[in-house]
Design a protein around this ligand. Structure first.
Ligand SMILES: Nc1nc2c(ncn2[C@@H]2O[C@H](COP(=O)(O)OP(=O)(O)OP(=O)(O)O)[C@@H](O)[C@H]2O)c(=O)[nH]1
Ligand SMILES: [Mg+2]
Length: 301
């Protein structure tokens, strides 16, 4: 059986409304934290590839920003980078949160799924939150909008049925090259993941407009004595009035952000980390093309 020894590969995009659990699924599949997760909508801002490799296949998953109605240029970039994956991948996973009703946001996305040539799966996430009986009418409602090639209920949080999802994806893969080396798990360099970890802690610890007003940039990562890596990063905010919140009383907030981020960074780098954080104001950066570009939110082409 010649065919069985041939390597298979493919690109799989995970798209959906904000906050449904796309990044959680990606981390679950890869088995390591490479993309950040929060309970706030619009956490993910760039495409992030997660690479799953076995001796028979390589699946490159693309975690994408939640598709929403953009209110500034950053939002436009986010939505564009999610939608642009649709015609570039071998399989599209459209993820919904089964504990929420189908809304105009889902319909907007499904409208775009109708023209896609590649297989499209409906991934029904967060099944840990509902009774199984609730799924069937929901499947019918979604199937009435788009003819999905597969429908797979999962819980990205507890991992339920994620193996099954992988099996089904495998069944659709075509013969293809190994795009990335076996031990590579993301297309983004460590400095990107580091700044994302810091942003995740800001999302965790702040509320309202702050999480969305923040961008983080890794300024340097350098090995210093005793196997210690020194990381310097800057947290950018949009208005000087936000500075007090990020720094906190006698620096308490900045310290907490640093303590939490350091743990994740140490895990990622496999080394002790000395983390130094700075806070700077960049007026209205979410609508300033130059700043967007310098933070890595740059439109392709
Ligand atoms: N109960 C439950 N919660 C989940 C599940 N999957 C994700 N979550 C939670 O849902 C929230 C959003 O998860 P994310 O993975 O950040 O969602 P996302 O779709 O990537 O969000 P954006 O990046 O903003 O588009 C987090 O609080 C997760 O812990 C699940 O299967 N069950
Ligand atoms: Mg996300």
């Amino acid at each position: 059986m010649m065919n069985e020894s041939n390597f298979r590969s493919g690109f799989v995009s995970i798209i959906g409304r904000p906050n449904v659990g796309k990044s959680t699924l990606m981390n679950r599949i890869i088995g390591e934290k490479i993309t950040i997760v929060s309970d706030k909508a619009q956490t993910t801002r760039n495409r992030v590839e997660g690479i799953h490799t076995t001796d028979k296949e390589q699946i490159v998953f693309i975690d994408t920003p939640g598709i929403h109605k953009p209110k500034h240029q950053l939002g436009q970039y986010m939505v564009q980078s999610a939608l642009s994956t649709l015609n570039e991948v071998d399989i599209v996973l459209f993820m919904i949160n089964v504990s929420e009703k189908m809304g105009p946001g889902d319909r907007f996305i499904m409208e775009r799924l109708k023209d896609i040539k590649s297989p499209v799966f409906l991934v029904m996430n967060q099944i840990d939150k509902v009774h199984p009986d609730e799924l069937l009418p929901m499947i019918e409602a979604y199937q009435a909008e788009v003819e999905f090639d597969e429908v797979i209920p999962v819980s990205a949080l507890d991992g339920n049925n994620v193996d099954r999802l992988l099996e089904v994806i495998s069944g659709y893969l075509k013969e293809g090259p190994q795009y990335y080396p076996t031990d590579q798990i993301s297309d983004h360099p460590e400095y990107f993941i580091v700044q994302e970890f810091i942003r995740e802690k800001v999302l965790e610890l702040t509320r309202e407009e702050i999480p969305h007003s923040v961008a983080v940039k890794t300024e340097s990562m350098e090995k210093i004595e005793n196997d210690m890596i020194e990381v310097q990063a800057t947290i950018f905010i949009e208005r000087s009035s936000q500075k007090g919140i990020i720094i906190g009383k006698r620096g308490s907030m900045l310290k907490e952000i640093g303590t939490r981020a350091r743990k994740d960074i140490e895990n990622l780098l496999g080394s002790k980390v000395y983390l130094e954080l700075w806070v700077k104001v960049k007026d209205d950066w979410r609508n300033t093309p130059y700043d967007l570009g310098s933070f890595g939110y740059q439109k392709e082409d």
